[in-house]
Design a protein around this ligand. Sequence first.
Ligand SMILES: Cc1ncc(COP(=O)(O)O)c(C=O)c1O
Length: 386
Amino acid sequence: MADETNGNEISRRQFGKSVGAMLAAAYVSPKLLQGVAGGRLKGFSRADAILINSNENPYGPSSHAIAAITGSEGVACRYPDDLYGRTVKAIAALHKVETENVILGCGSTEILRVCDAAFVGPDKSLVVAEPTFEAVTYYAEVSHANAVKIPLTADFRHDLPAMANACNANNTGLVYVCNPNNPTATINTRDEFADFIQRVPATTYVLVDEAYFHFVEDPKYSSIVDMVPKYPNLIMTRTFSKVYGMAGMRLGYAVAQKQTIEAMRRELLFDNGNAAVLAAATASLADPEIVPLNKKRLNDTRKWVMSELTKDGYHVIPSEANFFMVGVGGDVSPVITAFREKKILVGRKFPSIGTYLRVSVGKPEEMRAFLAAFREIVPAQKSAAA
Ligand SMILES: Cc1ncc(COP(=O)(O)O)c(C=O)c1O
């Protein structure tokens, strides 16, 4: 009887502890929830506003991808094993690796989340640049991991030597390198990365996010995917959301050595790619036109807008992506609000560089409207602050 009572007390205590752990595990940063719950449109509908806030590609999917989406109607009632296998094969062929080296994600956001779930935790921290794309930090928070934030260099690039120094063989689980970086659109060169990866402990995973790879023109930059066979701790991730214009369809992927992929796969949702996006992705990869076309039109538009702002006397951070940052000479928050009042949604504030505005590249007519609004808003804000 006493044993039984004891047993019940213990299980009540254990139950209390489990509930506490569940509640702690369920905690999600309010900022993250804002993104998850469709916070990007901030009360507007898509048709109401100019959307240059989320580094999307306004031109949408390739015509081949659209045809493939329509054709996927016939397989929509089946689990997408066949299309999944074909997509993995196409990605493996693109990167000259085996299919066992590739994993798909529901957007590259799922890859970032999976890396946090697999490689960081209360005793394994994350090392990131500040500022960088925040999802990896938010999901580290969900995994109860500490994030060590390393400021960018004076020219707004990842300080890779400082990031390598911050990695500790015993307790750094993951280091995240966003190249080109979001929000600054700056790059680190291949040589800088080659030096960095040699200095990072072999026990620390290195996640290189190449979401904006396709837009880069600097010859000193390259993908690091060819270094994967040499480094068991190296992971490269890409997405179909940017140059391929499929942000709404949700597909990303990672390339890494087999055992790293297996460690990540344990954290992945089963069947995480839908038939339509898988069909669209393989069609996009087979379309030789889509990458050069979108690279050219978005880079041309970006260069034109940046030169206009530079002529007006503003500092624009050199960009290698489909977005850029411009200094507004004061707190960017009222500028963002003023754009919103004109139904133009621009990038959010990044507090560590809070006087810079992040602008995604839209179509030329959208960017003409942006420039006209900028020329009204920013001088007015400056004189109001003076
Ligand atoms: C650097 C970077 N990585 C990953 C993502 C997530 O993209 P998705 O989940 O659409 O692939 C984004 C989105 O803006 C990004 O900027």
